[in-house]
Design a protein around this ligand. Structure first.
Ligand code: SAH
Length: 393
C-alpha cells in the first residue's frame, strides 16, 4: 500500500521522538496534493527520514500516529493491537463469570488514538473520535470478532456525536456485525441494563468500577446520596454494601428510569432505594441533612481549556453544598472527569469548598481511572478521571 507523505518543519519532531502520538498542524511543512481527511499517511522529518504512520485530520491535531514502525495499517495491524489490548484485560482479571463489562480500547492508552471500544458481554460498542478510525471501522469490527476466546459476536458502531461535525462523514449508529442479543451486562457480580442505542457514551460508565467497589466498603449502615447517578452504578454497590437508604438523583428522566430498572434487577422490591429526576443544585439546596455518604460525579464541567475557570467555580459550588449538608462523620466521594482540569486544580477547588464550609475535612483516598483505561506514559493527556474520598467531621 502506498501512503502519501507529510513533511514536518525543521525541529518539530521532538515530541514525536519521545513517542507522543500527535502531530500538530503548526508542525507541518507541507501537505501532499489531494490529501483527504481520514487518510492514512506517512510522517517524515524535514530531512525526509521516516517518523511514523497515522491518520490525517483537519484541525489542530493534523496526524494521530498509529505506529512508529514502518507498517501497513490493515486488518492484521488492528488484530495485533486488539489482541494485545485483550490480553491486558485478561491480565487485569476483568474477564470473569461475574464481570463482562470493561473497556477494551482506550485510545492513545492502547496505542490506538481516536478509538474507544467498550465490551458488554458478547457485544462490543465501537466509538470513532477521528475520521481515520471511522474509515477503519469495518477492519476493526472484523478484527474484534476474530479475537481468540473473546466471544464477541456483535459490534455496534456509535459515532454520531463523537466525530468532527465538519468532516461530514454522516456516520450512522448501527450494528456493523451481528445484532441485538441482550443488553444486560455484569460488573463485579452486579447486573445492569446498558442502553448503547440511546444512552450516553457507550451506554455505561465503566470507568467508575474500582471507585464503586471502594464505595461498597464504606456503605454499611449509611444513608447514601448518589448525585448525578446516570444508570445508578454507585447506588447498587451501596445497596450491596449494606447502606440503610440510597437516594439516586439525575436531571435526566431516562437515566432515572434506567437506575430504577437496574436496582430492580439486583434488589427487587428493596424499599431502601428511591430515585429522583431533578437538577443537582435544586436537590442539594432543598434537601435536609440526613445523608452520611454523598457521591458527586458530575458530567465534565470543562469540555475545553477555555472553560476551565468556570468549571472550577462549578466544582467549588457543588462541593460546598455537599460539605454544608453532609452529616458529621460523613464520607464524600467527589469526582471530576474533565480532561482539561488537572488533579491539583480539582483538589484546590475542593479545598476552597471545604474552607468555605469550615468543616474538618481529611483526604482518605485519591482516586483515578481504572487500569482498563490505561495512560500511555508518552501521552499524559490520557489521564482524565480524578476523585477524592473525604472524611468530614
Ligand atoms: N455516576 C454515573 C455517571 C455520571 S455521568 C455512573 O457511575 O454511571 C453525569 C450525569 O449527570 C448524567 O447522567 C447527566 O444526565 C447528569 N446531569 C447533568 N447535569 C445535571 C444536573 N444539573 N443535575 C443533575 N444531573 C445532571
Amino acid at each position: 500500500m502506498e501512503y502519501k507523505s507529510i513533511t514536518l518543519k525543521r525541529g518539530k519532531e521532538e515530541s514525536l521522538n519521545r513517542f507522543h502520538p500527535w502531530v500538530f498542524s503548526g508542525a507541518v511543512a507541507s501537505l501532499p496534493d489531494g490529501i483527504e481527511e481520514g487518510e492514512t499517511v506517512i510522517v517524515n522529518n524535514n530531512d525526509g527520514s521516516f517518523i511514523g504512520t497515522g491518520h490525517y485530520q483537519i484541525g489542530s491535531i493534523a496526524v494521530r500516529i498509529l505506529t512508529f514502525e514502518d507498517k501497513v495499517i490493515d486488518e492484521d495491524f488492528f488484530s495485533e493491537r486488539l489482541n494485545a489490548a485483550y490480553q491486558l484485560r485478561r491480565t487485569l482479571n476483568l474477564i470473569r463469570d461475574d464481570n463482562n463489562a470493561f473497556r477494551l480500547v482506550h485510545g492513545e492508552g492502547d496505542f490506538l488514538p481516536g478509538l474507544i471500544i467498550d465490551i458488554y458481554g458478547n457485544t462490543a460498542v465501537l466509538q470513532a473520535h477521528s475520521p481515520g478510525m471511522h474509515y477503519a471501522r469495518n477492519m476493526i469490527a472484523n478484527a474484534l470478532v476474530a479475537i481468540d476466546g473473546a466471544g464477541i459476536r456483535n459490534v455496534y458502531y456509535k459515532s454520531e456525536t463523537t466525530l468532527p461535525y465538519k468532516a461530514q462523514l454522516d456516520p450512522q449508529n448501527d450494528y456493523i456485525i451481528g445484532s441485538y442479543e441482550t443488553n444486560i451486562a455484569m460488573e463485579n457480580g452486579l447486573k445492569f441494563h446498558v442502553d448503547w442505542l440511546k444512552g450516553q457514551k457507550t451506554g455505561f460508565f465503566v470507568d467508575q468500577r474500582d471507585n464503586r467497589s471502594l464505595l461498597e466498603h464504606y456503605a454499611k449502615g449509611r444513608s447514601v446520596l448518589n448525585m448525578f447517578c446516570y444508570t445508578g452504578g454507585f447506588s447498587f454497590y451501596a445497596m450491596r454494601g449494606g447502606a440503610s437508604l440510597v437516594h439516586s438523583v439525575d436531571s435526566s428522566s431516562k437515566a432515572i428510569a434506567l437506575t430504577n430498572a437496574n436496582v430492580e434487577l439486583n434488589f427487587p422490591d428493596d424499599d431502601r432505594h428511591k430515585a429522583f429526576a431533578e437538577d443537582a443544585f435544586k436537590f442539594l439546596n432543598g434537601m435536609d441533612n440526613r445523608y452520611d455518604l454523598i457521591i458527586l460525579d458530575p458530567p465534565a464541567f470543562a469540555k475545553h481549556r477555555s472553560a476551565i475557570k468556570n468549571a472550577l467555580i462549578g466544582y467549588r459550588k457543588l462541593n460546598a453544598k455537599a460539605f454544608e449538608k453532609i452529616r458529621s462523620g460523613g464520607i464524600l466521594f467527589t469526582f471530576s472527569c474533565s480532561q482539561a482540569i488537572n488533579k491539583e486544580q480539582f483538589r484546590l477547588a475542593v479545598f476552597s469548598a471545604a474552607a468555605q464550609s469550615r468543616r474538618k475535612v481529611r483526604i482518605l483516598h485519591q482516586l483515578t481511572q481504572p487500569a482498563d483505561h490505561p495512560i500511555s506514559i508518552y501521552h499524559p493527556e490520557g489521564e482524565y478521571l480524578k476523585g477524592l474520598i473525604l472524611y468530614v467531621e
